[in-house]
Unconditional design. Structure first.
Length: 752
């Protein structure tokens, strides 16, 4: 369109380019795009000698005083790929986690969106201006197919898919284009969304779509969050509901309210693949709302990801269920973010930016003035602290649905067991008796093993050597399926040795008890027992995983044997016995959070027992029967545990009393990495005495990973920002050559 007022005042936009854009740069907006650009738009811009895709950050923006601006080249999609609040969220993340904006955007936007995957356009044809009779006659003789198209369109009286018309009538694309150019035919293109709503785990597993009538404690929780929703102001709620108290139904009610009032909602779960029942239940309960539910999981193809993202951006899908990255969903009018199992460490990302999905959820809700619900039977110490201090509302559901009893704990002292029993030490006598009874009564059992343990490692009784990964400082693990020894850090594989690599003794044996050893022990004790095994090996195949679960549910197995994953939200009504084979995480993890993790584990796993009409028993095998986590879990006393644990944390100044920032130094040369870490700490203390309490540098528990030697420093601080401001400038001084690299992990969860 010609500009009626002559001179065009050039618009200016700030854009963050993905390649090398740690911050936003100014660009001029060409006349063709004037008035069209909005924050969150994906555009192509020149950058040095190249071009890069990037996100419009601010538009219109103040032009910088001196610079001659280069111009935005192209608008990729009419639909913004980020909501304005996510731009603010990204800025907060860059500041809080100490990284560049572009590295935040790399996480925030799916690769398919960032790389500009083209949407599939559906092009529809209509007859715009029917030609006069003689023109049409001429056309019939000279270009019969074009005439046929016109006849076809005029007969149809509604838009016709171009691809279908072209194929059906045997037309060339050029012929159709010519008709469009002449104005006879009108083409309308709209984005065709490849279906991303179909979820491989959606098999509804016999779950009814109708909701339950909320019981009083559920109704109270819903009312409490509803009040926040109605106020349209930010508030975080901690929903502490014991296992089986019906938290999912509370989330569903809240999401239904939000969607029926025109808003949208995000539902975060620790891992979609591990919570198929929760996801299935949610989908079937939201099916009647007239909106799509996007299930955001790792099996989506790039195209599906792109389409799901666009569907959310367009408001076609108003609910998303997914793991931590779903917190960035571009939903318009987002009013509710639910974080289920908020205590789970998997909400923390292990690569830069090492953000915590739960904390980002709370931050996003606060930027939007939305409600955030953090739900768990075992809330994290951090969230409990926030609730206790009045920063979060606390909603409690202390009883199970229908007053089903909580499971009874039986603690087995494995020290005695080892003394008194000959043969296998995997299953205590009490557990064996329990399993036998369940088989006779045709009830089911779950046996749980801790994968974290150094189980299945190869040791030599003659020289005491353990077989280690050549690149990482950990023992290799036996995988019977293909008789390989594997490293669980770098996936190094080698044939399982038959003799000790150090002294050639043939007496080497595999120590510890992985799921496979437990399976063998069960087979010896109960030849007719049907055992289903779920561990990392089976997890890789999602169909198998799902089949094992549904077969177990249908009663085709007596026992489900597995690792951590079965601790999560599974719900089997016929399970009356849960055995925890090795409860002592704290013996294996050199981590101040070990007691908390052990307590969570015991409580969550126990929560799988007695969820139907039958009562449940939990048998805990432990070498530390008197320890806090075991004793408080046994008494079902969450508040007792956190109070004692909080005291300990305060005493040592650990989170949540202070923030923990873990600083990792890595290098191929151990001395050099250690030297840089030490010099860094000295300089930091000289420049900023008293800013942080410092532990280390010390070798990491996993000292060597992928041929890199690792040392860490812990900073314990009351606030993160001043620490980062002091640390980041030191990089230029100590990390100039790339021999040693560093990683800053703010609010570190994993300290291995
Ligand atoms: P949680 O997530 O708190 O462990 P769930 O949401 O899995 O608990 O609910 C436990 C069981 O109780 C589920 O089988 C669910 O269908 C059922 N349930 C939930 N709410 C009600 C209710 N109000 N009335 C009857 N059954 C319910
Ligand atoms: Zn040996
Ligand atoms: Zn390795």
């Amino acid at each position: 369109m010609p500009d009626l007022f002559g001179e065009i005042e050039p618009g200016v936009a700030e854009v963050v380019p993905f390649d090398g854009g740690a911050r936003a740069y100014s660009y001029s907006v060409p006349a063709a795009l004037k008035g069209q650009l909005r924050p969150g738009h994906l555009v192509r811009v020149p950058l040095g000698g190249r071009t890069s895709l990037g996100v419009v950050w601010k538009c219109p923006a103040e032009p910088p005083l001196d610079a001659k601006l280069r111009s935005v080249m192209l608008l990729e999609h009419e639909q913004p790929v980020m909501t304005p609040d996510c731009c603010r969220l990204a800025e907060w993340m860059a500041g809080y986690y100490g990284c560049g904006l572009n590295s935040v955007l790399e996480t925030l936007l799916p690769a398919a969106v960032r790389k500009g995957v083209r949407p599939v356009l559906r092009r529809m044809l209509t007859l715009a201006r029917p030609p006069e009779a003689e023109v049409l006659d001429k056309l019939r003789r000279r270009a019969p197919r074009q005439a046929q198209l016109i006849d076809f369109l005029s007969a149809q009286k509604r838009p016709v898919d171009r691809a279908k018309a072209v194929n059906g009538l045997g037309l060339s694309q050029q012929a159709v284009d010519a008709l469009i150019r002449s104005g006879v035919v009108h083409e309308d293109s709209s984005v065709l969304l490849r279906v991303a709503y179909d979820d491989p785990f959606a098999e509804a597993e016999g779950v009814p779509a109708a909701g339950h009538i909320l019981n009083p404690q559920q109704a109270a929780a819903v009312a409490s969050v509803s009040a926040t929703l109605d106020s349209r102001a930010f508030r975080a709620h901690l929903l502490h509901g014991v296992t089986g108290s019906g938290k999912t139904e509370v989330y569903v009610s809240l999401i239904r309210k939000v969607v029926s009032e025109g808003g949208s909602a995000v539902f975060l779960v620790p891992e979609v693949a591990l919570t198929p029942q929760t996801v299935g239940r949610l989908r079937s309960r939201l099916a009647d709302l007239g909106t799509k539910v996007v299930v955001w999981h790792s099996h989506l193809s790039a195209g599906e990801r792109f389409d799901a993202w666009m569907a959310m951006s367009l408001g076609q899908a108003r609910v998303v269920v997914g793991a931590r990255s779903a917190v960035f969903a571009p939903l318009p009018d987002l009013r509710l973010i639910v974080v289920d199992e908020e205590h789970e460490a998997s909400f923390k990302q292990s690569e830069t930016p090492m953000y915590h999905g739960r904390d980002v959820a709370v931050m996003r809700a606060s930027l939007l003035g939305a409600a955030c619900v953090l739900g768990s039977a075992t809330p994290s110490m951090e969230s409990w602290r926030n609730a206790a201090a009045g920063r979060y509302a606390l909603d409690i559901m202390p009883a199970r649905v229908d007053d089903r009893p909580m499971p009874a704990f039986r603690i087995v002292d494995m020290r005695r067991e080892v003394l008194h029993s000959k043969g296998q030490h995997i299953l205590s006598r009490e557990l064996v008796d329990g399993l036998r009874e369940r088989m006779q009564r045709r009830e089911q059992s779950i046996l749980f093993l801790n994968r974290r343990g150094h189980s299945r490692s190869l040791v030599c009784p003659d020289c005491g050597a353990a077989v280690q990964c050549p690149r990482c400082s950990v023992s290799l693990t036996l995988h019977r399926t293909d008789d390989t020894a594997r490293c669980h850090l770098c996936d190094h594989r080698e044939p399982a040795p038959v003799a000790c690599p150090s002294c050639r003794s043939p007496k080497v044996r595999w120590k510890g008890h992985g799921t496979q050893r437990a399976e063998e022990a069960l087979a010896q004790l109960f030849p007719r027992m049907k055992v289903a095994r779920l561990d990392a090996d089976t997890m890789g195949r999602k169909d198998l995983f799902r089949k094992v679960l549904s077969d177990f549910r249908a009663g085709r197995y007596d026992v489900l044997l597995g690792t951590q994953m079965i601790a999560k939200g599974l719900d089997f009504p016929r399970v009356t016995l849960v055995g925890i084979l090795d409860a002592d995480l704290s013996l294996q993890m050199p981590d101040f959070r070990a007691p908390e993790r052990t307590f969570q584990l015991l409580t969550q796993v126990a929560g799988r027992a007695g969820r139907g009409d039958l009562e449940g028993v939990v048998v805990v095998q432990t070498f530390q029967p008197a320890s806090d986590p075991v004793q408080f879990a046994k008494r079902l006393d969450y508040v007792g545990f956190v109070s004692a644990e909080l005291e300990r944390r305060v005493e040592f100044g650990y989170p949540p009393e202070r923030h923990l920032v873990r600083h990792l130094f890595r290098g191929r040369n151990a001395e050099k990495a250690a030297f840089v870490a030490e010099a860094w700490v000295k300089e930091f203390e000289r420049l900023h005495p008293g800013l942080a309490e410092i532990r280390g540098p010390a070798p990491c528990p996993f000292e060597k990973v992928q041929d890199q030697h690792r040392f860490h420093v812990w900073y314990l601080v009351p606030a993160v920002k001043p620490l980062l401001a002091a640390l980041l400038p030191l990089r230029a001084k100590f990390l100039r050559d790339a021999d040693v690299t560093d990683v800053l992990d703010v609010d570190a969860q994993d300290c291995a």
